[in-house]
Design a protein. Structure first.
Length: 253
């Protein structure tokens, strides 16, 4: 759905950089497909929360899944429409996702829009952190906010949910009141507490087991799925230089 949001000035160059970075590497795309093929089959339903310019959407579609792609940034939504807008198996939703419906203020990093965020705590956590030097959130835009529960009510229960929303992952999961088979959420070393709250929320929703994928490796670490306390121990032990990754959660894994 569209809401006619105005794109902040200066974002076109940043979105172009994202398109080159995320859509221009065949080896990376193949690794991504190999990872998600473990969770998605032909006809499955995937939610991409924080779709940005849609590289995960492309992977999900190559695997034959239907996709609900949710992205609040007007510039990124324009790219998504150009790439996926004519695909009847992709539903584009221009919104942020959180713990309640309404309106939220998005802090836009026009030079590096992939880390635009609703979280003021995320921005504060980057201050003085190695690897985050020179980042500036120099524009704001008000965006609609929905919940995972409302997306499920509108589109059906997903087989897989990918969550990458720059420090608001715990609030996304707070808006989910039922377990889904598999999901992933981003974790950053500057905000491990957010990941801890995600683990707690998932523990309240169901019998989840977890695995970690570091950076953009698109490979699951370790030999098998582990309990939440073991995953938290893994996250605590990571060096700050690990920067970021994704925690995968499987119901009864």
């Amino acid at each position: 759905m569209g809401c006619g949001l105005t794109r902040p000035r200066g974002t076109a160059r940043g979105i172009g950089r994202s398109l080159r970075l995320y859509h221009g590497d065949a080896e990376r795309a193949a690794a991504m497909d190999g990872l998600y093929a473990q969770f998605l089959r032909l006809g499955a339903l995937a939610f991409d929360i924080g779709a940005h310019v849609g590289d995960r959407v492309s992977s999900f579609r190559r695997l034959g899944a239907r996709v609900v792609a949710v992205e609040p940034q007007p510039g990124a939504l324009r790219a998504l429409r150009l790439i996926h807008g004519r695909d009847p198996q992709v539903m584009l939703v221009q919104a942020a996702v959180g713990d309640c419906a309404g309106t939220a203020r998005l802090n836009v990093n026009t030079r590096n829009p992939t880390i635009s965020t609703l979280s003021a705590n995320f921005i504060r956590a980057t201050e003085g952190a190695a690897g985050w030097e020179g980042q500036e959130w120099d524009a704001v835009v008000d965006v609609p906010m929905v919940t995972l529960d409302s997306l499920i009510a509108a589109h059906g229960r997903p087989d897989f949910v990918k969550i990458d929303v720059e420090g608001l992952e715990d609030r996304v999961l707070a808006g989910l009141s039922q377990p889904v088979p598999v999901l992933s959420f981003e974790v950053t070393m500057i905000q491990r507490d957010v990941a801890g709250r995600c683990l707690e929320r998932l523990g309240a929703l169901g019998d989840y087991r977890f695995r970690l994928s570091l950076g953009e490796s698109h490979r699951l670490q370790g030999e098998g799925w582990c309990a939440a306390d073991a995953m938290w121990a893994q996250l605590e032990a990571l060096p700050q230089e690990a920067n970021s990754g994704d925690v995968y959660a499987m119901l009864g894994g």
